[in-house]
Design a binder for this molecule. Structure first.
Ligand SMILES: [Zn+2]
Length: 125
């Protein structure tokens, strides 16, 4: 997953892509589940997608997150097809819907760590 985090530091979103059948996938895997090829690389994707699934976290599992609850964990289905687990920001929990258009944003949390997150996007954007 190192290429993913390196790209995030450059504010780019990359996912693994099979060189056998062209399918994008995430997280990284050894073997393509569609064509069984072991040949894959990392490619930049648009960062646009839609909410495939989500959960709202109310429980504080770590004191560091205490001021963030409730927060949303989303599975975003990218336009390219891969599904990415992340957080949804800039959106009240009650407004989150399955199928809602989202786009990637990058949160620099430390000098060496940038987290790709998602925010709502206008349907025509
Ligand atoms: Zn494949």
């Amino acid at each position: 997953m190192a290429p993913f985090w390196e790209a995030a530091r450059r504010h780019e979103l990359v996912v693994q892509r099979c060189r056998g059948c062209g399918a994008h996938r995430f997280p990284a895997r050894e073997i393509c589940s569609r064509c069984l090829s072991r040949d894959a690389g990392w490619e930049r994707v648009s960062g646009r997608g839609s909410v495939f699934s989500f959960a709202i976290m109310h429980q504080v599992y770590h004191p560091g997150f205490a001021d963030q609850v409730p927060y949303a964990i989303v599975v975003v289905e990218l336009e390219e097809g891969a599904r990415v687990l992340s957080n949804l920001v800039d959106c009240p929990a009650a407004r989150i819907e399955i199928g809602m258009p989202v786009e990637v944003v990058f949160e620099d949390v430390a000098a060496e760590v940038t987290l790709p997150k998602f925010r709502p996007r206008r349907r025509d954007a």
